[in-house]
Write a protein that binds this ligand. Structure first.
Ligand SMILES: Cc1cc2nc3c(=O)[nH]c(=O)nc-3n(C[C@H](O)[C@H](O)[C@H](O)COP(=O)(O)OP(=O)(O)OC[C@H]3O[C@@H](n4cnc5c(N)ncnc54)[C@H](O)[C@@H]3O)c2cc1C
Length: 418
């Protein structure tokens, strides 16, 4: 089919989608970057630090936001999702649905709208570990730096919120919209979501002091619910004995049959967070085998040399509550053969990355592998390409490499009349 549009659509504004967008635009192509959330950055915005150097994710993201701001070829659309795709390489028609933000581009992020409402909603940025006002900035480094108003706050306090805004930025009549885009190639960079720990009935996620790895990232973050202090959710006290459970639901035919590749490194990072904060804390890492790939081996060795970080080769059978409601990790050590039942102050489940299912809509035809990840090879042929964790479990550096490759494939798709 002849190329009718050379515009590249990137769906998903995480690190992979952002990378694809800036690489393609800086090569001279027009790009539309579509994100379903109110701001860009994806899951990495919610990480406290990156392994192995333990640097802050905001640093790398901020550089990319500057590249986006400076490049008129990139159009960012937030709160947008693809409804359907028709056509073929070089001439796709994509139907997009925008959800209402109730705030327009006049917003200066002054926060007066938040002062004007008493409605509180669960804080999605902190995985619901705390609450925020119904008129909110998604997080302190949000891009775009613009408030969002929840429908509940509009219903309860709409008039007061509008009156509080000195910039005429509140649009109470925003109903969202559906519109079409004509593009020549589509890069799906829709990423992942954490595997639902409540499906792991043997691991007692309902207990207050059993949390997931993504929640641990928020507890350790300065803009998290505890302002960066890792505290027991049950009583707000500092934990002294912490268990990190590897492969919680991963490499398990009943849950995620595959390895997410990053969980071992994530847990080693969590051991480092704990040891940085608490000189007297003891950390036990329960593992099947430690998968610290290529250069990341040295990070593993660093933690292995810490006498207060212990590695227990065992996949725990269960996590039960003792009489005081504290979690007790039960199982058998596969080296010593000891059958154990050990109480902890805090247990962290290293749950894996599940592909974002949003693109599994019947109206969108894209080939998926047995686990729900998008098959990249097919994309090269038909102008639909996958990038980042949408294509398989990857860490950030691998996601960036995959995204750069996707930008090149998309450019090839819109450059050729073949
Ligand atoms: C506990 C934990 C710790 C980790 N720590 C590290 C670390 O220290 N270092 C490291 O290198 N990696 C780490 N990772 C891995 C890292 O999070 C991923 O590599 C990274 O998030 C991949 O980025 P992505 O853009 O592919 O996906 P995401 O970050 O998931 O971004 C996808 C984006 O697409 C959007 N989206 C989804 N569906 C749609 C749709 N239908 N329409 C529009 N938008 C959509 C989402 O809202 C999101 O913004 C960690 C992972 C976990 C689980």
């Amino acid at each position: 089919m002849a190329v009718k549009s050379q515009t590249i659509l990137v769906v998903g504004g995480g690190i992979a989608g952002i990378t694809t967008a800036v690489e393609a635009a800086e090569t001279g192509y027009d790009v539309v970057l579509l994100e379903k959330e109110p701001s860009l950055g994806g899951r990495v915005t919610k990480l406290n630090r990156y392994f192995p150097k333990l640097c802050h994710p905001t640093c790398g993201l901020e550089i990319n936001y500057q590249r986006i701001k400076k490049n008129p070829r990139i159009k960012v659309m937030t709160l947008c999702e693809v409804e359907s795709v028709s056509g073929a390489k070089g001439d796709f028609t994509v139907s997009v649905k925008r959800s209402p933000r109730f705030v327009n581009a006049n917003c200066t992020a002054c926060g007066k709208c938040a002062d004007a409402t008493s409605v509180e909603i669960p804080n999605a940025f902190n995985y619901g570990l705390d609450k925020i006002k119904g008129a909110y900035l998604p997080h302190e480094h949000a891009f775009p730096m613009r408030y969002v108003i929840a429908p509940e706050a509009i219903a309860a306090d709409g008039a007061a919120i509008k009156a509080a805004c000195a910039y005429d930025a509140v649009d109470l009549g925003d109903q969202g919209e559906t519109f079409n885009l004509n593009v020549g190639a589509i890069v799906w960079a829709t990423g992942w979501r954490p595997y639902d720990a409540s499906k792991l009935s043997m691991y007692g996620y309902a207990m207050a002091d059993v949390i997931t790895n993504v929640e641990m990232e928020r507890l350790a973050s300065h803009d998290g619910p505890t302002h960066g202090q890792i505290l027991r959710p049950s009583n707000g006290e500092a934990p002294k004995k912490i268990a990190l459970i590897q492969c919680a639901g991963s490499r398990d035919l009943n849950h995620l049959p595959y390895c997410s590749r990053i969980c071992c490194l994530g847990s080693l990072k969590h051991a480092a967070y704990v040891r940085e904060q608490y000189a007297d804390a003891e950390v036990d890492i329960y593992y099947i085998d430690i998968r610290a790939h290529d250069k990341l081996e040295s990070f593993y060795v660093r933690l292995k040399n810490d006498p207060q970080v212990h590695f227990v080769k065992s996949k725990p059978a269960a996590i039960q509550a003792d009489d005081n409601g504290n979690p007790v990790v039960c199982g058998e050590d596969t080296i010593s053969r000891e059958v154990y039942a050990r109480p902890y102050d805090l247990v962290v489940l290293a749950t894996g990355m599940e592909p974002s299912s949003a693109c599994g809509k019947a109206s969108i035809e894209i080939e998926l592998d047995a686990y729900g990840f998008m098959v990249p090879k097919a994309g090269e042929v038909d102008g639909q390409i996958s990038a980042g964790v949408a294509s398989g479990p990857l860490d950030v550096s691998m996601s960036v490499q995959s995204a750069t490759a996707a930008a090149l494939k998309a450019i090839q798709a819109v450059s050729s009349n073949a």
